[in-house]
Design a protein around this ligand. Structure first.
Ligand code: ADE
Length: 247
């Protein structure tokens, strides 16, 4: 059951529309765990649309070899634009952002995820990586986003990652809302290490401070561990964090 506070004034929840050549890949992982439960409870909604429906020919061809030569295939601009134009980007009286998942995109951040989760939803274009005709990206003002410096076979898994990151932030989806505040990236640092009983496992002990009951000391220990791990693993984040503090 959706609570009143979970939904917008017209009664419809946050919505993800996905344009894809593989609609069967959805909901995929989004049908599992708290995200899937929230989908069943109508705290958000999902629509996967087959780009091939817009091929306009009986062979259902949607791609062409790249102009200028080279490997792979490129989605035809007319077909891609028809698919985009056919989806209602309006939701709850607002236009949803149109994003194209590609390794060439701007890296997705928790900040952008928070913004997207605070809106009425997203329209995602999940194409094969070789891609989409540049003219469609320009003409439809698509926001190109990447989920990391590696190459997937297509945008479907990347799109699911983006949706999952947004949906877990929607009101009423996570049991404990406070739990998104202290996690990695929220204050520009990676998360501190976690432990659970037993007190000793394979000769390794839970650090004494965590069992001390001294919340001040625990907070300081966690902060120090967060800073250590960020400095070691993500010098880029560490620099930004330090610059932010100076301001
Ligand atoms: N499609 C293929 N690789 C991708 C990536 N790293 N991020 C987003 N979309 C992609």
């Amino acid at each position: 059951m959706a609570h009143n506070s979970d939904i917008s004034p017209d009664g419809s929840p946050w919505k993800a529309t996905v344009l894809t050549l593989f609609p069967d890949a959805f909901p995929g992982v989004l049908g599992a765990s708290i995200i899937g439960t929230a989908l069943k409870d109508e705290k958000w909604s999902l629509e996967a649309i087959d780009i091939r429906k817009f091929s306009g020919n009986k062979h259902r061809t949607v791609d062409e070899t790249p102009a200028g030569g080279g490997p792979g295939m490129v989605l035809k601009p007319d077909v891609s634009a028809k698919a985009i134009d056919a989806v209602a980007r309006d939701h709850n009286g607002k236009t949803r952002p149109l994003l194209y998942l590609t390794p060439r995109g701007t890296p997705l951040t928790q900040k952008r995820v928070r913004e997207l989760a605070a809106g009425t939803g997203v329209v995602l274009f999940c194409g094969p990586f070789e891609g989409l005709d540049e003219r469609v990206i320009e003409a439809r003002e698509m926001e190109e986003v990447s989920i990391g410096d590696f190459v997937l076979a297509g945008g479907e898994v990347a799109g699911q990652a983006l949706i999952e990151a947004c949906v877990r932030l929607l009101p009423g989806v996570l049991g404990d809302e406070a739990s998104t505040v202290e996690e990695s990236f929220e204050d520009g640092l990676l998360e501190y290490p976690l432990y659970a009983k037993p007190r000793e496992w394979e000769g390794r002990k839970i650090p004494d401070v965590l069992l001390s009951g001294d919340h001040g000391a625990i907070g300081r220990w966690r902060r120090e561990k967060s800073e250590d791990v960020t400095r070691k693993r993500r010098p880029d984040l560490w620099e930004k964090h330090r610059e932010g503090k100076k301001e």
